[in-house]
Design a protein around this ligand. Structure first.
Ligand code: G1P
Length: 279
């Protein structure tokens, strides 16, 4: 029987078009854009492995074949570079492939993050799971474990939904889901309100949700009946509000640094940061 405390599956919504990176994303999934030599999605998968997860569930769409090929062995390539100095450059991805399994399902229509997560139900089943949005790239150098590790630990204690948050300048609340809540422990809030991308004047706080979630399977039932919200899309923030009203959502101000690699500016910032870290 599955241990109630263990989170083993991680869902990666990866069906979006990545229009902010056109023309780069015309034929390449945005999740495959590299920061230095590693695709964004691989950073996310490595964060999930570090948190003890071993089953990666990826919601893809048309034109995303490169994702499946990346998390697979490339016999010709590996044969070609065997014994050369290049071999070590495949060590990390080989390690990823050896330590977890990957499964895929396709989101046929783009109807929002909530809809993408609901599409992943077929891969997740009836158990708690994590969600990573790969374009939020997180690094925890010098602080503690990875963001997802920190959240899994909290889940083991509290057994409810957890969203990662950070403080943003008030004028940027319209880029994020924003929460309001009561601080019950240091850096941990019991959420009592959340709004998707509010105008700064309507924002309940400056605590913005970033792309790390732990969700309980009840979220799927809620998503089934969640009506389209902001932008005419089914929003995970709206579904979580239903559970928050039942006291089932915590928000955690994580330790570490996060880069918004969904924007060109954030992507460049991440690239510089990781380059300086490695050189
Ligand atoms: C999504 C969520 C939003 C969250 C953000 C984090 O928005 O809808 O609530 O704050 O991810 O990156 P997106 O950036 O996909 O528009």
């Amino acid at each position: 029987m599955l241990n109630q405390n263990s989170i083993k599956k991680c869902l990666f919504p990866a069906a979006g078009y990545g229009t902010r990176f056109l023309p780069a994303t015309k034929a390449i999934p945005k999740e495959m854009l590299p920061v230095l030599t590693k695709p964004l999605l691989q950073y996310g998968v490595e964060e999930a492995i570090e948190a003890g997860l071993d089953t990666m569930a990826i919601v893809t769409g048309r034109g995303k074949r490169a994702i499946e090929d990346h998390f697979d062995i490339s016999y010709e390539l590996e044969h070609q570079i065997k014994g050369s100095s290049k071999e070590k450059m495949l060590a990390d991805i080989r390690n990823v492939i050896d330590h977890c399994t990957f499964s895929y399902t396709r989101q046929i229509e783009m109807k929002g993050l909530g809809h993408a997560i609901l599409t992943g139900q077929t891969l997740i089943g009836n158990q708690p799971f994590a969600v990573i949005l790969a374009d939020d790239l997180c690094d925890n150098t010098g602080v503690s474990k990875g963001v997802l590790s920190q959240m899994v630990k909290l889940y083991e204690k509290h057994q409810c939904c957890i969203v990662a948050i950070e403080e943003v300048p008030k004028e940027q609340t319209n880029k994020y889901g924003v929460i309001a809540g009561e601080e019950i422990e240091n850096n941990l809030y019991r959420v009592n309100d959340m709004i998707e991308k509010p105008d700064p004047k309507d924002a309940p706080s400056n605590l913005a949700i970033i792309g790390r979630y732990i969700l309980i399977p009840e979220i799927f039932d809620v998503l089934q009946t969640t009506q389209p919200g902001k932008g005419g899309e089914i929003q995970i923030t709206d579904a979580l509000l239903t559970l928050a009203k039942q006291g089932k959502v915590l928000a955690y101000k994580f330790e570490g640094q996060r880069f918004d690699c969904g924007s060109v500016e954030g992507f460049v910032e991440a690239t510089n940061y990781f380059y300086n870290k490695e050189n």
